[in-house]
Ligand binder design. Structure first.
Ligand code: SAM
Length: 219
């Protein structure tokens, strides 16, 4: 049984202070990060690492994203409590748990079967209720769309057209796009049936988005 003690809460407050110092301003996002016990996603021996602002291995060659990255992507989404959100790359389930603090309408898809199974068990054990899916999310989850917000938590070689089509009017897609070494964070906003704006932010380093519109396509 994992416990969330006073000292863990203190470590989270210190992490949130760091995120503020690094420029995160969205109070909903900061409150969500303060609420989710990140150490629940780590083995017991790695408590200190859980509250460092760093990515960390979660097995299967994948990582739990750095808290700053989770906060930055979440802030770019301009999340509201009524939003229907699609996350591509469930991984450990941490980003999804942060999203769930803000809206209950979260759909999340993971390509790696063992990670999908583990995240599903985690959500059940912690009474969290995202809609979980196993499979290639590089082209979204059209059967359940459209979405107010879509977040991609793996590095993509380009912007999959199918993803922007699954946005509602004024919907937002946040996706890191680049090569294997570095990806630029992009925010795509749907401004009309066939109209979109694109904003570019700083560079990040993600594990690759696989699948049909990811690196498996050989692009
Ligand atoms: N959001 C995760 C978290 O909070 O732990 C971090 C995710 S990790 C940086 C990226 C994840 O994307 C990996 O778990 C990987 O298996 C998954 N992934 C890669 N390609 C995918 C695809 N086409 N569809 C769904 N998931 C994918």
């Amino acid at each position: 049984m994992q416990t969330d003690l006073y000292r863990h809460k203190g470590m989270r407050r210190a992490l949130v202070k760091q995120l503020r110092e690094k420029g995160i301003r969205d109070e909903r996002v900061l409150a969500a990060i303060e609420a989710v016990p990140r150490h629940f996603f780590f083995e017991g021996a790695f408590l200190e690492q859980a509250y460092e602002d760093k990515a960390f291995p979660i097995g299967e060659g994948q990582t739990i994203s750095q808290p700053y990255t989770v906060a930055f992507q979440s802030e770019l989404l301009k999340l509201k409590p009524t939003d229907k959100v699609l996350e591509i790359g469930t991984g450990s389930g941490y980003q999804c748990s942060v999203l769930l603090q803000i809206t209950p309408h979260v759909y999340t898809i993971e390509y790696n079967r063992p990670l999908y199974e583990k995240a599903k068990r985690f959500f059940k054990a912690h009474h969290l209720h995202p809609h979980t899916f196993h499979g290639d999310g590089s082209e979204g989850l059209p059967g359940y769309g459209p979405y107010d917000k879509i977040i991609v938590t793996a590095g993509a070689p380009g912007i999959p057209k199918s993803l922007v089509k699954q946005l509602k009017p004024d919907g937002i897609l946040v996706i890191p796009v680049g090569d294997e070494k570095s990806q630029k964070m992009l925010r795509i906003t749907r401004t009309g049936e066939n109209d979109f704006t694109k904003e570019e932010f700083s560079n990040f380093k993600f594990v690759p988005l696989l699948g049909k519109s990811g690196w498996d396509a050989g692009v």
